[in-house]
Design a protein around this ligand. Structure first.
Ligand code: NAP
Ligand code: G4F
Length: 336
């Protein structure tokens, strides 16, 4: 029997990590994931994939670790010897990055350098994927592609720009197969509950179930290019199968405001969003990214990648998912 290819995923417990693990397992990989130790289990998004490691069928293995702990990254990479490394771990919330700029820099920015340096130090021959972000374009007007200059508008965006350039630097300086996927916003029923789309889909389900009266929101005029996370992890994998390491924008090219997304989600259950949405300034950011609309022509032409799910279908599938699990949830999301 052929030895399965090994992949290591940082951030495997997150939205993208869980879909990527699913995809790689389907493709026959042995998947290793780094999980942060927490006082409660944080593996809810991947529990359905886990088989006890004593079982000979087990192909998903979890290891404690943290991107702020460089020596642990060295020992793990040495032990696992992955052929592909997907660096998805990050403090990924833009609003939170204004409250925790230093931690965001250490995990989202310097964390990538620790991982790249660990790979270089042990001389591991692997392909490396860096989860770069459209947030790096910040205030640069759309449409944005691989040639668009960065103008980050948050500590998160600035940390991602640093990680982007470190990835390119390791490619150019050491000849590593290191690639940046510059992904525009992508959502799903597994999206963190304080990101705007999921906050909306959960609120719709809660309102229909009589568990919530109002939804408090910030800037409704921001324009985003929202895609489906399941489509986007395929692009990550395709980038590491390409002939050479390059950087790719992954986006749908569609443009909707937060208001539009509210309308799609509330209309799906025949409600008028304007009756339920109220303003709370705590959800505003000190600097906002007004408009992100991606041009993913390069990913289409070089990788053959195209998105399958677009808004408003995306909003509907998220609302449907939250409606179907509403009875399993006992409390409202914390107001963060
Ligand atoms: P997410 O759901 O917030 O997941 C983040 C993951 O990183 C979680 O597994 C989290 O662990 C882990 N993590 C956080 N800090 C860590 C640390 N110091 N050490 C190790 N692990 C750590 O994010 P996502 O939406 O899946 O996004 C995946 C990546 O793509 C992130 O880097 C994000 O910045 C980037 N990105 C996302 C989008 C998007 O629209 N979703 C767009 C562009 C780029 P816990 O579960 O323990 O918190
Ligand atoms: O859903 P968001 O928090 O996503 P944001 O800031 O665009 O960042 C996400 O996408 C990036 C890619 O561009 C990723 F790199 C990043 O990791 C993250 O996944 O906010 C979207 C928009 C913003 O303009 C925000 O100001 O929605 C606006 N918004 C309005 N009211 C709100 C709210 N955002 C949140 N989270 N909560 C609100 O109540």
């Amino acid at each position: 029997m052929e030895t399965p290819k090994k992949a290591l995923i940082t951030g495997i417990t997150g939205q993208d990590g869980s879909y990527l693990a699913e995809l790689l397992l389907q493709k026959g990989y042995e998947v290793h994931g780094i999980v942060r130790r927490s006082s409660q289990f944080n593996t809810g998004r991947i529990d359905h994939l886990y088989v006890d490691s004593h079982d000979p069928r087990a192909r998903l293995f979890l290891h404690y670790g943290d991107l702020t702990d460089g020596s642990r990254l060295v020992t793990l990479l040495e032990k696992v010897q992955p052929a592909e490394v997907y660096n998805l771990a990050a403090q990924s919330h833009v609003r939170v990055s204004f409250d925790e700029p230093e931690f965001t820099g250490l995990s989202t920015g310097v964390g990538s350098t620790r991982l790249l340096e660990a790979i270089r130090m042990i001389g591991l021959e692997c392909r490396y994927y860096q989860a770069s972000s459209s947030e790096m374009f910040g205030a640069t007007p759309p449409p944005q592609n691989e040639a668009t200059p960065f103008w980050p508008r948050s500590p998160y965006g600035a940390a991602k720009v640093y990680a982007y350039w470190m990835t390119r630097n390791y490619r150019e300086a050491y000849g590593m197969f290191a690639t940046n996927g510059i992904l525009f916003n992508h959502e799903s029923p597994r999206r963190g509950e304080t990101f705007v789309t999921r906050k909306i889909s959960m609120a719709v389900a809660n309102i229909v179930a009589g568990k919530q009266d109002y939804l408090y929101m910030g800037n409704l005029d921001a324009v985003r290019d929202w895609g489906y996370a399941k489509d986007y992890v395929e692009a990550m994998w395709m980038m590491l199968q390409a002939d050479k390491a390059e950087d790719f924008v992954v986006a749908t090219g569609t443009a909707y405001t937060v208001k539009d997304f509210l309308q799609f989600a509330f209309e799906h259950v025949n409600l008028d969003w304007e009756k339920y949405v109220r303003f709370d300034e705590r959800y505003l950011r000190p600097t906002e990214v007004d408009s992100l609309i991606g041009d993913a022509s390069k990913a289409r032409d070089v990788l053959g990648w195209t998105p399958k799910v677009l808004p408003p279908e995306l909003a509907k599938l998220m609302v449907d998912a939250d409606m179907s699990t509403i009875d399993l949830r006992t409390k409202l999301p914390a107001q963060l």
